[in-house]
Design a protein. Structure first.
Length: 174
């Protein structure tokens, strides 16, 4: 009888543990408090469309690097969010000391939350950028790969200046 009860608990809780493991830290405790949501996550994960553009975190991070290439935004990490499909999802995060609330509407139940830092725009402050607090810099739609949120929309013009790249000076011809 004890074995049967333990097996039932494992079957009931296992999807919640899977969802806890694969979703963003901001959502993990929700699966602990409401473990039945783990089953909804599992069903959504099994039903992922084969044509989805950003199926892995690696694909999503490469897309984020491409989107923000040559800008003052440095994407460093992506985390999976499980949200209601085709329903506005609202999130809050810090941008330059301000609390900003933004809303995105994904096409599918999964969204990649891109976290990173906004650089100062100068090589002299590169070390300060390395220690900067990470924030949400973008949201990518899992299914179609579209950028749903871009932190550059919430930055001041002076913060949009890309950091100059260091390159060796060309050698002079004799």
């Amino acid at each position: 009888m004890v074995t049967l009860a333990a097996a039932a608990m494992v079957v009931f809780l296992f999807p919640a543990f899977v969802a806890f493991r694969y979703t963003a830290a901001s959502q993990r405790m929700d699966f602990v408090r409401r473990p039945w949501r783990g089953w909804a996550f599992a069903v959504a994960a099994v039903g992922v469309p084969g044509s989805s553009q950003l199926k892995t975190s690696g694909m999503a991070l490469r897309k984020a690097d491409w989107v923000f290439k040559g800008t003052s935004v440095d994407p460093r990490e992506v985390q999976l969010l499980y949200v209601p499909a085709a329903t506005p999802y609202t999130f809050s995060h810090r941008v330059d000391g301000r609390l900003v609330t933004s809303t995105v509407t994904p096409t599918y139940k999964f969204v990649w939350q891109v976290e990173g830092v906004v650089g100062t725009g100068s090589d002299a402050d590169a070390d300060a950028d390395a220690d900067a607090d990470e924030t949400v810099v973008g949201m990518l739609d899992y299914r179609n790969g579209h950028l749903l949120y871009d932190i550059r929309d919430d930055l001041l013009p002076s913060q949009l200046i890309p950091r100059p790249t260091s390159s060796a000076s060309p050698s002079s011809a004799p």
